[in-house]
Design a protein around this ligand. Structure first.
Ligand code: ZN
Length: 149
């Protein structure tokens, strides 16, 4: 296996085993549930914003290793960022996962780059994007989202 692919896989496995910010948030300002019926993943995202700043971002739920690791990576990457930065990062991740020919930039994307490991498994892309869809719904004030919509 390619060295970079190995690193990506390690990051995913590690985040699945020890997910960051894996809890609900009592004083959240928004939340949304994401469903991926294809795989059975259910991820709920909790968000606390102070003005334009994301003070806390957590998630709960059950899902496969990829959906959980992706949510964990997302909460780590976006806590402390602005809402605008979060939207930009959601767009970036969707591009990285869905568009051909876009390669991750390790300096810019950090551990998020590890998600591109699933591009070889098209059926799992929805697992990787689920938490990001849920965050998008939470930011927009929508309660629920499904990968089937
Ligand atoms: Zn899944």
């Amino acid at each position: 296996m390619h060295e970079l692919e190995e690193l990506y896989q390690e990051i995913i496995l590690e985040h699945n085993k020890r997910p960051r910010n894996f809890r609900s948030l009592d004083d959240h300002t928004a939340h949304a549930e994401g469903n991926n019926p294809m795989c059975g993943d259910e991820i709920e995202v909790f968000l606390k914003t102070d003005g334009d700043r994301i003070e806390a971002l957590t998630f709960q739920g059950e899902g496969c290793a990829i959906s959980k690791a992706s949510a964990s990576l997302m909460t780590e990457a976006l806590t402390g960022k602005t809402v605008q930065e979060a939207y930009a990062e959601i767009d970036r991740v969707m591009q990285l996962l869905k568009e051909q020919g876009i390669e991750p930039d390790l300096a810019r994307d950090g551990d998020i780059a590890a998600l591109t490991g699933v591009r070889k498994f098209p059926a799992r892309i929805k697992c990787a994007t689920l938490a990001w869809h849920a965050l998008h719904a939470a930011l927009k004030g929508e309660g629920n989202t499904s990968t089937e919509e």
